[in-house]
Design a binder for this molecule. Structure first.
Ligand SMILES: [Zn+2]
Length: 228
């Protein structure tokens, strides 16, 4: 019946496709009656217009604008494609959907201590609430095998040119530095993948440190997560 490629028919008739697009569309025509009919129909209209008005070459900018309108109309008239399936895995919080899902999880479980707040993303993956010092801030720790990702919201940056640094505590030992230094985005969020395995780690801490990080924490931790 209809054909996605028929959006290009108008541009094809007006010779507004680039060479490759035009060749591809022309090659498609013998196989697609819908597009052939569309081209015939539009060609008649274009010829009628050509007879009715004096031929003027529109300035390129105008032609581009018209073609954008034509294509926008074609897109509006096009059959709706099925909406893409939401991704079940959290990537790094870059997708709006992911961010929204993350926010829900944080809002719902911010007060749940170390309860497991997620677990349907795979057998080895879970999300744990984390303690966070700044009022209004939320943090959770996503554990995926030996890998940990902190998901933060409502945080502000430490200021004074400092950054946040992630520390790992094993047993009763001192906090060991990681190379994971970060700042939060302007909207107060950050998704921070810890660059060291968290297997066997008792606590994950975050503190404000100088821009290149420290060997030992120089300020009290603002986030404390327990991966166990
Ligand atoms: Zn077609």
């Amino acid at each position: 019946m209809s054909c996605q490629r028929s959006f290009d028919a108008g541009a094809y008739v007006l010779a507004a496709l680039d060479d490759d697009e035009a060749a591809a569309f022309a090659a498609h025509l013998p196989a697609c009656k819908h597009c052939r009919d569309e081209v015939d129909h539009l060609r008649h209209g274009a010829e009628a217009l050509a007879l009715a008005v004096p031929q003027l070459q529109p300035p390129p900018a105008l032609r581009d604008r018209i073609m954008r309108d034509v294509q926008a109309d074609a897109a509006l008239l096009a059959p709706r494609k099925p909406a893409p399936q939401p991704r079940r895995r959290w990537s790094l919080g870059l997708q709006p959907l992911t961010a929204a899902a993350c926010a829900c999880a944080l809002v719902a479980f911010g007060a749940a201590g170390a309860a497991v707040i997620g677990g349907d993303d795979g057998p080895s993956s879970r999300t744990l609430a984390a303690d966070v010092a700044p009022p209004g801030a939320k943090a959770s720790l996503r554990v995926d095998g030996a890998r940990g990702t902190l998901e933060l919201a409502g945080m502000s940056n430490p200021g004074g040119g400092r950054v946040y640094q992630v520390w790992l505590v094993k047993g009763d030992g001192p906090p060991r530095p990681t190379h994971t230094l970060f700042t939060v985005r302007r909207d107060g969020r950050a998704s921070v993948q810890i660059d060291a395995p968290i297997k066997g780690v008792r606590e994950i801490l975050v503190s404000a440190e100088p821009p290149r990080g420290s060997d030992a924490p120089t300020s009290a931790p603002v986030i404390r997560a327990t991966p166990a």
